[in-house]
Design a protein around this ligand. Structure first.
Ligand SMILES: [Zn+2]
Length: 481
């Protein structure tokens, strides 16, 4: 996940529990069926949603209205004009985010509602929906009414219907506009639904359909799509096709003044300001795409424990993802050496500005415990991690040992072979067997909070490092000689 550094701490999106597939003609009916019709209006696009299911045997079925994440508030109000066929809608005292449907035992219920998001609402919230007269973009729970009391795996179907001429509509459930089927728990089913006048590009990479959708006031929309395509082709070549199977969707939506990206199942959603440079977009796309391997294909067991364990190991999961993205783009010629160097200058600058720059692990753990943990703590790993990876990579090369990306690939192989994760002790052991002094550096730079400043010759003879003062604090930057 990447975000501009003023965003609140972000949580990982829940995973769909099962892969999804196009609905075969012979499939039994889904437990819950959604049909979505986008309706363009003067300043926004609304969604007419039809949801069909069999009501509970006891004659009352609870529904939960849409929900926001990452600090988007009041999202339940996005569902308007609720009306039911085969049931009566009843409010639930004390909770406006849910309703009850009262019906005959097991009755067939059709619930219809309009998803109506005001494009001017919550301008500071990076992960709010994005709508306009020619597009819509909702992900996670932002559009969906659910049956929160239904336990176990459900069969869902989703289809777009009546998509305006010249528009595309897409989700992360499969290639094209559906219909799609998915098996997941109610909590895990939260597909991206988006569409409009997106530029759409369909590719097949190692047998997997990959769809790229781009829209926004970019100087050159096709050039953004080109960059996304290059970046995904490159990473698939370097890390194997596992990251894009069975299908992959990238959606880039230009909007507002914030830059935000989230890797969700089989997709990467990017909301980016129109003045973002091609380098910004490339790095964001490469970073998020790489998350399909790290941590989605393989990670460190303890990292999954969230809270302080996630923080403690995020220098690897986030920081090395960022480093590998930069390095892959540099090696493919998609990033110039100056852009590459600038990315590390930005790490040094951001650390200098960060009041938590010297925070030890104990201090961060206490901040988590006392609920004082902020984006400032979170960002430490995004800056320390790439600097640490650079140190190790240079040391490995100087000693004639395998580069950091080869070591990470070995880690991914070990993780995949162990079902998706290996314990922390094995992780450090693996790095050390490749010649990296990993645990000692972890103690120094993460536990003790020292800055992994790059050596003066880190970028070769063309660059020298000079002292600079950022917000009153001395740090380094690399400049061409
Ligand atoms: Zn990330």
């Amino acid at each position: 996940m990447t975000s501009n550094d003023l965003l609140p701490t972000l949580l990982a999106l829940a995973l769909l529990t099962q892969a999804c597939a196009s609905l075969p003609a012979t499939a039994p009916p889904a437990d819950v069926r959604y049909s979505i019709r986008p309706v363009p209006r003067a300043d926004r696009t609304t969604l007419e949603v039809e949801m069909g299911f069999a009501g509970d045997a006891d004659g009352v079925t609870r529904i939960a209205l849409p929900r926001g994440r990452y600090g988007v508030l009041g999202m339940h109000r996005v569902a308007t004009e609720l009306r039911a066929e085969g049931a009566e809608l009843a409010p639930v005292a004390g909770d406006e985010r849910v309703r009850d449907l009262v019906h005959a035992s097991g009755a067939k219920v059709v619930l219809r509602y309009t998803v109506d998001w005001d494009p001017a609402a919550e301008p500071g919230s990076a992960y709010r929906p994005s709508v306009g007269p020619a597009h819509f973009h909702f992900f996670g729970r932002q559009w969906i009414v659910t049956l929160p009391e239904r336990g176990g795996e459900q069969r869902f179907s989703l289809a777009f219907d009546g998509v305006p001429e010249g528009w595309s509509a897409f989700s992360n459930l499969g290639a094209g506009a559906g219909p799609f089927e998915a098996r997941a728990s109610v909590d895990a089913f939260e597909p991206l639904v988006a569409g409009g006048d997106y530029l759409t590009r369909d590719l097949v990479l190692d047998g997997a359909p990959v769809a790229i959708h781009v829209r926004g006031p970019f100087a050159d929309v096709a050039a953004v799509a080109d960059d996304v395509e290059r970046s995904i082709r490159l990473l698939t070549r370097s890390f194997g096709s596992g990251g894009v199977l069975p299908h992959f969707v990238v959606s880039v939506t230009g909007r507002g003044d914030v830059r935000a990206g989230v890797a969700i199942d089989n997709a990467f959603v990017c909301l980016v300001s129109p003045d973002a440079t091609p380098r910004d977009v490339l790095l964001l796309v490469a970073h998020e795409t790489l998350h399909n391997w790290l941590p989605r294909k393989a990670t460190i067991e303890e990292w999954r424990g969230a809270s302080v364990d996630e923080y403690r190991l995020d220098w690897f999961v986030e920081g090395f993802t960022e480093y590998l993205a930069r390095k892959a783009l540099l090696e493919a010629g998609l990033l110039t050496l100056d852009d590459f160097v600038d990315a590390f200058n930005a790490d040094l600058r951001e650390l200098a500005r960060n009041p938590m720059r010297a925070a030890t692990l104990d201090e961060v753990a206490l901040a988590i415990e006392e609920r004082r943990y902020t984006n400032r703590h979170e960002r430490l790993n995004y800056n320390r991690g790439p600097l640490l990876a650079l140190r190790w990579d240079l040391a490995q090369t100087a000693a004639g040992r395998e580069s950091v990306d080869v070591v990470v690939r070995a880690f991914l192989d070990a993780g995949v072979a162990s079902g998706g994760a290996i314990p922390e002790a094995r992780f450090f052991d693996l790095l050390e067997r490749h010649g990296i002094d990993a645990y000692a550096d972890y103690l120094r730079f993460i536990v003790d909070g020292k800055e992994p400043a790059p050596a003066p010759d880190s970028f070769g003879p063309e660059f020298e490092h000079e002292e600079q003062v950022v917000d009153g604090r001395a740090t380094w930057r690399f400049v061409r000689r």
